[in-house]
Design a protein around this ligand. Structure first.
Ligand SMILES: C[S@@+](CC[C@H](N)C(=O)[O-])C[C@H]1O[C@@H](n2cnc3c(N)ncnc32)[C@H](O)[C@@H]1O
Ligand code: SF4
Length: 382
């Protein structure tokens, strides 16, 4: 059987930079859409030479704000993908969208272009929180964008950010009560993190605001898990919840350490080449990437073959994010070793502490383990 492949396409532009965000996103006046379309198509062709003879199961337009792409560009990239590879008849094509009215106005054209799933960055359903998060949309605009998403796409999801300064469990429970009736099959619920280099990093450092303490954040996480499971959308990953069978297939490829190619500034790829997992990374800066693609046909800054212990570590780091955990047979077939055997005597203490679970088919982190996955991984990979 032809190996499945995911195709990730990065659009690095946003209307404004949110104070918490450290994604590869930039604010630029007058993006030359035709030039960008041409360059993305050229690098997509390069990606098809890197990972040929696969069957594309998923595409994901991430950002930045891909809802600012011209639908014609999205359509051209989808059409070319279908020429370059065999594609699954039920291919999942997701696009991340900001919930402003301008972008919701493009949904019909994006659906026409082939997008069949949108992920909307709502972030909060509370006006003061939207202001704190530096968002440019109102709660009403967000609700209108959700209605438009529901009308135009078979599948939709939205993001909320919780564990915000001063947010009590009661306030978050109330916000969830407003969010759940709006949810379709999928929700992404992220705890606010303070990332180096962001505006929030500087503000937090000088004491402008404080995040909930660790035990309060843990309480908010547990409340989220319980409420969402009760509503029929259990967590399938640390921050992602879905009805059974409705997980984002593209992100599952990533967390199951299967193959994907990355196109666009800063995009990463991981795909099997012989015995190795080839890791590719493109130039992050939009202008540098564009110039490299126009000069050389791709903007790759680094290509490495991940082998042995490194490959096991990568597979563990992503796989333990999933509620289903790591399928031992799949891990063994890609890395050559059963994960429990590979980790040796580091597993038992973490099982005894209630952070890991092992059975005949899977190695997984418990909900408590997923909540503090970085600490668990530190112990496992020490
Ligand atoms: C690439 S952005 C989504 C697309 C779109 N640009 C938007 O903002 O609506 C991915 C998501 O990551 C989440 N996110 C980004 N930075 C975060 C942070 N520091 N803490 C928590 N969540 C964050 C937000 O929920 C955001 O919607
Ligand atoms: S959260 Fe979204 S809109 Fe805000 S800067 Fe990041 S990518 Fe852009």
């Amino acid at each position: 059987m032809t190996e499945p492949l995911g195709v990730y396409i990065h659009w690095p532009f946003c209307k404004s930079k949110c104070p918490y965000c450290d994604f590869n996103s930039h604010v630029r006046e007058g993006v030359e859409q035709t030039r960008w379309r041409r360059a993305l198509l050229v690098e997509l062709e390069h990606a098809a030479r890197e990972a040929p003879n696969r069957r594309v199961e998923t595409m994901f337009f991430g950002g930045g704000t891909p809802s600012l792409m011209e639908p014609e560009t999205v359509g051209a990239l989808i059409a070319r993908t279908k020429q370059l590879w065999d594609t699954a008849p039920d291919i999942e094509i997701t696009l991340e969208a900001n919930p402003t009215s301008v972008e919701a106005g493009r949904f019909a054209a994006l659906a026409e272009a082939g997008v069949n799933r949108v992920s909307l960055g709502l972030q909060a359903l509370d006006p003061a929180a939207l202001k704190f998060l530096g968002r440019e949309h109102s709660v009403d605009e967000a609700l209108a964008a959700l209605t438009a998403a529901r009308r135009h796409f078979a599948r939709y999801s939205f993001d909320l950010i919780y564990a915000r300064p001063g947010q009590t469990p009661q306030a978050w429970a109330e916000e969830l009560s407003r969010a759940l009736p709006l949810a379709g099959e999928h929700l992404s619920l992220y705890q606010l993190t303070i990332e180096r280099g962001t505006k929030f990093f500087a503000e937090h450092a000088r004491g402008a605001f404080a995040l909930p303490a660790e035990d309060q954040a843990a309480e908010l996480f547990e409340l989220t898990q319980a409420r969402l499971a009760a509503a029929g959308l259990p967590a399938y990953e640390i921050s992602n919840h879905a009805r059974p069978g409705a997980a984002c297939r593209h992100n599952l490829i990533y967390w199951r350490y299967q193959d994907y190619v990355g196109v666009g500034p800063g995009a990463h790829g991981r795909f099997t080449v012989g015995e190795a997992k080839r890791a590719t990374r493109r130039i992050s800066g939009p202008e540098g990437w564009l110039a490299a693609v126009e000069r050389e046909g791709h903007g790759t800054v680094e290509t490495t073959d991940v082998l042995g212990r490194d490959r096991e570590e990568e597979a563990l780091m992503v796989g333990l994010r999933l509620s289903e955990g790591i399928e031992r047979a799949l891990f063994a077939s890609t890395t050559g070793r059963d994960p429990v055997e590979a980790l040796g005597d580091r597993v038992t203490p973490l099982v005894d502490a209630g952070f890991l679970k092992v059975d005949a088919t899977h190695l997984k982190a418990t909900a408590a383990g997923r909540q503090r996955l970085n600490a668990v991984l530190e112990r496992l990979l020490a």
